[in-house]
Write a protein that binds this ligand. Structure first.
Ligand SMILES: [Fe+2]
Length: 546
């Protein structure tokens, strides 16, 4: 006889372990070997032959098992003149789980003594059954309390993890780094083999944290399968555990289970996928596939994953809005510089060229993408303060006298004041205010020297000087390339940062290309930007009249 065939191997192993332990305890208590029967079906729980009780499968025992299981009470009976049958009920929670039976030699023989013996045995069995049940209840309560404590700690750890992720998220920094940080945290708390982000609309490369258990093309294929199932089930998240009928089982046999969350913002949609619950403590070595094969994702795992999915979606939204804002600022900035160019026709395109040249210098000096962005905007706006300088000075064809020069120098502080209240542009202020400082301390407005001058300003100073010398001004002709280069070399280490001038000569050819493109193309690009934004700047109108 066998127990129900639908029981999983793990559950069967657990039941047999329990029965083995009970058989030892009962044998010690009653001095005889017991056989165990499933309380619901009456079927015998198979044990190794050496562990089985001799003569346990008796017709009288079968009847006694049925009665004991039905009543939840221990029973005794006469097998023959010399032997008694014992039936002890073992509970799991509120329900009988097993009935253990045994054959015992009677000491009372026949007559009234035999009845008293059976009654005493029944009471002994019942007392022992009650003790086992009480122990079971205590163990269950303790186990539930421990599980609750584990879940509470997990929830608390997750909150702390989320808090840390949010604190370290820098929207203006590299988008991929932010997203990877979230995936890494989620993987740790989920104890998953792999966590990945698969963007679907617009399609893009997947981000994978953990063991790369899928090829890039397979990541997309799995996300497509998940998406189809989710649409069919009208769900935004799914939890699937080992199941031979799972949609991926044939294509991806290495995947045992998956949690999937749909993440979307505006026109960006994709799936966050956690693959293969590993079931080991965070930071511990991963179990082998065999050890983890019965470890499922549970509802609590989905609950842990949910806030990370929400954070990821928030990151998508914040990143998009940041990019929108940045695009708007760039557009406004270029409109402002176009207005400045229109105020002094002799410097048309100067700000645009300075921005591009400064970018080249920044790249040559190994600056990061976000720093280059600040350099570009700083180049566009470095002379914005000239809007506040009288036309008579700004457009004067002769050399400025001392008083006019002092007024002209005010353009750096005027520019600073114009931009000071624009929070997103605060990073550019050092470039605007200090781009006329000199490393020997003889510049203005504060006479800063050396590295006390912000790097952005030192880079802008070289770009500004190069473009100014290379182009005609109302008070002089443009200088020849040789004259410009000689001036820069002579001024390296006194007027300009020698390291920036060295960078200039390393990328001299690329910078010369920027200069040769001329004013028309620079302004043409500014016009294109304005037209794309559906606006017509004042500068455009002014230029059209020339
Ligand atoms: Fe300037």
């Amino acid at each position: 006889m066998n127990t129900e065939p639908s029981i999983s191997p793990t559950t069967r192993h657990s039941l047999q372990s329990k029965v083995r332990a009970l058989s030892v305890i009962l044998a010690e208590e009653f001095g005889v070997a017991f056989t165990f029967h499933d309380a619901a079906s009456g079927l015998e729980v198979p044990l190794a032959k050496a562990e089985a009780a001799p003569g346990s499968c008796h017709a009288g025992a079968t009847v006694l098992v049925g009665q004991a299981a039905a009543e939840g009470q221990c029973r005794t009976g006469r097998l023959d003149d010399a032997h008694n049958l014992l039936a002890l009920v073992i509970f799991q929670g509120d329900q009988p789980q097993f009935v253990a039976t045994a054959v015992q030699h009677s000491l009372a023989g026949v007559g009234p003594e035999r009845s008293r013996e059976l009654d005493h045995l029944r009471k002994w069995l019942q007392t022992f059954s009650d003790r086992l049940r009480l122990n079971e209840l205590v163990a269950l309560t303790r186990s539930a309390a421990e599980e609750q404590a584990v879940q509470f700690k997990r929830a608390w750890d997750t909150i702390l993890g989320l808090d840390e992720s949010i604190r370290h998220m820098r929207i203006h920094r590299d988008v991929e780094t932010n997203r990877r940080n979230i995936l890494r945290k989620a993987r740790g708390y989920l104890e998953a083999q792999t966590v990945l982000w698969v963007p679907q609309q617009p399609p893009g490369p997947s981000l994978v944290e953990g063991e790369p258990c899928l090829a890039p093309a397979d990541c997309r294929h799995l996300a497509d399968l998940v998406s189809r199932r989710a649409v069919a089930d009208s769900q935004k998240h799914l939890v699937w555990n080992a199941d031979s009928s799972a949609i991926w089982s044939q294509r991806f046999p290495q995947i045992r289970n998956v949690i999937a969350f749909r993440v979307s913002d505006h026109d960006c949609t994709g799936w966050l996928l956690a693959i293969n619950k590993q079931g080991q403590a965070q930071g511990q070595p991963a179990k082998g596939a065999a050890g983890a094969e019965d470890c499922p994702f549970r509802g609590t795992d989905a609950a842990v994953f949910a806030p990370f999915a929400a954070l990821f979606q928030l990151q998508l939204r914040a990143s998009r809005r940041y990019q929108d804002l940045k695009s708007l600022l760039v557009g406004l900035t270029r409109s402002l510089t176009a207005a400045l160019d229109a105020k002094d026709p002799s410097t048309f395109g100067h700000s645009e060229r300075v921005a591009r040249i400064a970018m080249q210098l920044g790249e040559e000096l190994g600056l990061q993408t976000d720093e280059l962005s600040d350099i570009y905007l700083g180049g566009l706006l470095h002379d914005i303060g000239k809007i506040g300088i009288p036309d008579a000075i700004l457009c004067k064809t002769g050399i400025l006298d001392a008083e006019e020069m002092e007024q002209m120098k005010q353009h750096v502080t005027i520019g600073y004041q114009i931009l000071a209240d624009l929070q997103p542009l605060r990073g550019l202020l050092p470039g605007v205010l200090y781009h006329h400082e000199r490393v020997d301390g003889k510049g203005y407005p504060e006479g800063l020297a050396g590295e006390n001058i912000p790097l952005l300003a030192r880079i802008l100073a070289v770009a500004d000087a190069y473009d100014a010398m290379s182009n005609r001004r109302s008070y002089r002709h443009s200088l020849s390339p040789d004259a410009v280069e000689n001036t820069l070399k002579r001024g390296a280490g006194s007027q300009w940062d020698a390291r920036v001038v060295e960078a200039f000569f390393r990328c001299r050819d690329r910078i010369d290309l920027i200069r040769q493109r001329g004013i028309g193309q620079s302004l043409g690009q500014a016009l294109e930007t304005a037209m794309r934004a559906g606006t017509t700047s004042r500068a455009t109108e002014l230029q059209a009249t020339h």
